[in-house]
Design a protein around this ligand. Structure first.
Ligand code: IMP
Length: 192
């Protein structure tokens, strides 16, 4: 079976992605691969960051690998927090503080439309490929649910009356930004 290194140590992401790619390839995390580096991601676009992480791994280890970068883009805030989603409320990358900052900034706004956008960069046999996944929805006025991570408790995807944090991992995976980007990755890998 094909082996790919996923440039993350976020266990939630690994489970979501492994679940989608099961049977097609085995995913290794950075830790499993013996990489404890704090991989830089200092570009100002999702594409730039995803590519930077994949190239870092490929240059150092020569392995087939992929990276993802995700941003929550809020319409009324001109796409904020976007590429800065993880650090929105500061370098501690605290999800609770990030959500509170966003809720505060959106207070009084009628337009609560938002979308999650994921870019995956894959380096396979030395060549780079990109895959995009988007899910549209809205920002709730308060937190709901305990599943998932990040902004999940305050994001309600279109077509659902619950937040991402109230959906099972399987249900989230079927419609999420990352799920959709990984489906494209899956279709591509199947053809290789
Ligand atoms: P990353 O660059 O893919 O790690 O994503 C940046 C930030 O976006 C994360 O630190 C989370 O705050 C947020 N994020 C990414 N994916 C999700 C998700 O599936 N649900 C909620 N928040 C997410």
């Amino acid at each position: 079976m094909r082996e790919l290194v996923f440039a993350t140590n976020n266990q939630h992401k690994v489970e979501e992605v492994q679940n989608k790619l099961d049977g097609l390839c085995k995913i290794h995390t950075l830790k499993e691969y013996g990489c404890t580096d704090d991989i830089p991601e200092d570009h100002d676009t999702l594409e730039g960051n995803a590519s930077q992480k994949s190239h870092y791994l490929h240059d150092k280890y020569g392995c087939d690998c992929f990276s993802d970068d995700t941003g929550l883009e809020v319409e009324a805030l001109d796409g904020e927090p976007g590429v800065y989603s993880a650090r929105y409320a500061g370098e501690s990358k605290n999800p609770e503080a990030n959500m509170q900052k966003l809720l505060k900034k959106l207070a009084g706004h009628e337009n609560r439309r938002a979308r999650f956008r994921t870019i995956i960069s894959l380096i396979l046999n030395g060549k780079e490929y990109f895959f995009e996944g988007i899910v549209n929805g809205e920002i709730l006025t308060e937190k709901h649910g305990n599943e998932g991570f990040g902004y999940d408790p305050i994001f309600r995807p279109d077509g659902f009356d619950r937040s991402f944090a109230e959906l099972s991992m399987n249900d989230k995976n079927k419609i999420s930004h990352r799920g959709r980007a990984v489906e494209k990755l899956f279709d591509f890998l199947k053809k290789q």
